[in-house]
Design a protein around this ligand. Structure first.
Ligand code: NDP
Length: 279
């Protein structure tokens, strides 16, 4: 599976580069993504650096800025008004996420977390959707897994993964259960599922006795345990189920999905699309 994922990554990268070069020749400059880090959020440093490097490879300028809460708000508001900024991503503590993402101009909200974009998602309308759930869909497509009518379990209900993924899978006609920390019968639910997506931030949460033979298990988790990256799924699950690797699974696509959102938004602006097509 790792090889298939790598191959798809190359394809996506090629496609993005082509689109970027078209956009760059039209607007006579490279697309610009503003990354705003607000307050202390050391966990985002590695991600921001990797976005910067990937941007360089793809032909996107990633501008890194940071400040305290008041400065962060100002940076977002200036970025919203600045025609030279095409997209904005906010890195902040989880408890501040709702506040800062509601400040974002919807067309620059490449993470798809503003009330407008999330509202569009609930309404079944085209919009910028959160990158990690889009990466999960990418894996489903890659493995030719059709969710129509399937029993799916999402473990985790965060704003950035579980909730938007629920809506995206619903649109693909899956029958979905969302589990969280108060769920009592996780093993029973998991055993009854044909697709399980784990995004709980708990290393090794899903164990082999919780899955049936042949279930597709998508591991979104990224946990650092004794200096090593571990998923939310016990690797032994892979002996029974079809399991996506960590690292080298969902995370492979996340930054690419973010940049795809940037392109989508820029294309709309250039072509003057309204983005109102109901799905
Ligand atoms: P959050 O901490 O925001 O949410 C975790 C969710 O899991 C919560 O809904 C929580 O429930 C639920 N949960 C926690 N423990 C359990 C449990 N024992 N049983 C069932 N549910 C549980 O995390 P994120 O959604 O931001 O991230 C989840 C994981 O995905 C992390 O490891 C993160 O690093 C990773 N991640 C990976 C990305 C990628 O690109 N691969 C991108 C983004 C995140 P409750 O709501 O009740 O607290």
């Amino acid at each position: 599976m790792k090889d298939k994922i790598k191959e798809r990554k190359k394809e996506i990268s090629r496609r993005i580069k082509e689109e970027i070069s078209l956009i760059t020749s039209k607007i006579k400059r490279a697309p610009v993504l503003l990354s705003v880090k607000i307050g202390e959020d050391p966990s985002s440093d590695v991600y921001r650096k990797s976005l910067f490097r990937l941007g360089q490879k793809l032909g996107i300028e990633v501008v890194l800025r940071e400040g305290d809460e008041a400065q962060g708000k100002k940076l977002i508001e200036e970025g919203n008004r600045d025609n030279g900024i095409d997209g904005i991503i906010v890195h902040c503590l989880r408890e501040n996420l709702l506040y800062f993402t509601q400040l974002l101009a919807p067309e620059k909200d490449v993470e798809g977390l503003s009330p407008w974009n999330l509202g569009k998602l609930i309404r079944g309308e085209d919009a910028l959707y959160p990158a990690t759930p889009l990466s999960v869909l990418e894996i489903l497509d890659l493995l030719k897994f059709d969710p129509v009518g399937k029993r799916a379990l999402i473990i985790g209900r965060s704003l950035i993964v579980g909730k938007p993924l629920f809506l995206l899978l619903l649109r693909r006609h899956a029958t979905i259960t969302v589990a969280h920390s108060k769920t009592r019968n996780l093993k029973e639910l998991a055993l009854n599922s044909e697709l399980i997506v784990v995004a709980a931030g708990r290393a090794g949460l899903l164990k082999p006795d919780m899955v049936r033979e042949g279930t597709l298990v998508i591991d979104v988790g990224i946990n650092v345990v004794k200096g090593e990256i571990k998923g939310d799924v016990d690797p032994a699950v892979g002996e029974k189920a079809i399991l996506t690797p960590v690292p080298g699974g969902v995370g492979t696509f996340t930054s690419y999905m973010l940049f795809s959102n940037l392109i989508k938004s820029m294309r709309r602006k250039i072509e003057g699309e309204t983005g109102n097509s109901a799905i």
